[in-house]
Design a binder for this molecule. Structure first.
Ligand SMILES: [Zn+2]
Length: 251
């Protein structure tokens, strides 16, 4: 469905307002705090250096883990924009790492356990959220079992906190870790690629992520790289309901 021009204009104005410096949380000198309380289509900020690490302690490879699907305006998220990703504005709101069931998952940064196994935050059958002192939270989803952690427990970067599972509960259909980075309010997500210190372009070379990003033919360079993807706010309008697009919409 084509969005009425008046809505597009309103979205443009809102996006412009959100991009203003006043929308960010102020920095105290030397303290890397990047969180925004309002997201929804704004570009993900790119902290330098990225504050977090990968969620695995092993190198990537066919016997460990591989970069499965990027965050953002992916072809898969577009295809399922009204179903799986509708509440996330049509965007794949995390990074998928393909891994066989039971692969150890580590905390991407020091932090405190905030949520254990609350499916109100998505990514069943089991999930985990860790709050980090820099104003962001990490969500680990599609876990094999309930993490053996309690709310309030302090965890260290690199510490094993969970094990990968499969959203289909088979461990053969699509076993993977879904990792999100959210602002501390948990009301949306940012492009985790910009927050995790890794050679993403090299990881993408050997990944299953071969279909890339959905193209908006009216703005063909928009959201086409790993690093240039929009933040989302839960419940916001679809960002990728493109009237003219490639690949074609499967209806
Ligand atoms: Zn995912």
């Amino acid at each position: 469905m084509r969005r009425p021009p008046v809505v597009l204009l309103a979205l443009t104005l809102i996006a412009a307002a959100l991009c203003s410096p006043s929308s960010g949380v102020g920095l105290s000198s030397g303290t890397p705090v990047y969180a925004q309380d309002t997201l929804g289509g704004t570009p993900s900020q790119a902290p330098s250096p990225p504050p977090f690490g990968l969620p695995f302690n092993t190198p990537p490879g066919p016997t460990t883990w591989l970069f499965g699907q990027a965050y953002g305006n992916t072809t898969g998220a577009y295809a399922y924009r009204r179903i799986w990703y509708g509440t996330g504005q049509g965007i794949h709101f995390g990074i998928d790492f393909s891994a066989r069931c039971g692969t150890p998952v580590v905390a991407i940064g020091d932090g405190t356990v905030a949520i254990v196994d609350n499916l109100g935050y998505g990514s069943g059958p089991h999930n985990l959220i860790i709050q980090h002192p820099n104003g962001y939270a990490s969500l680990y989803g599609h876990l094999l079992k309930r993490p053996d952690l309690s709310v309030g427990q302090v965890v260290q970067k690199g510490e094993v906190v969970a094990f990968t599972g499969d959203p289909d509960l088979t461990c053969t259909s699509r076993p993977h870790l879904h990792l999100e980075i959210r602002p501390r309010t948990l009301n949306g997500t940012v492009d985790a690629v910009n927050f995790i210190d890794a050679d993403w372009d090299a990881l993408a070379l050997v990944s299953a992520f071969g279909h890339g990003f959905q193209r908006n033919l009216d703005n063909p360079r928009q959201w086409q790289t790993l690093q240039d993807q929009p933040s989302i706010t839960w419940g916001g309008p679809l960002l990728n309901d493109f009237p003219r697009t490639w690949p074609y919409d499967w209806k």
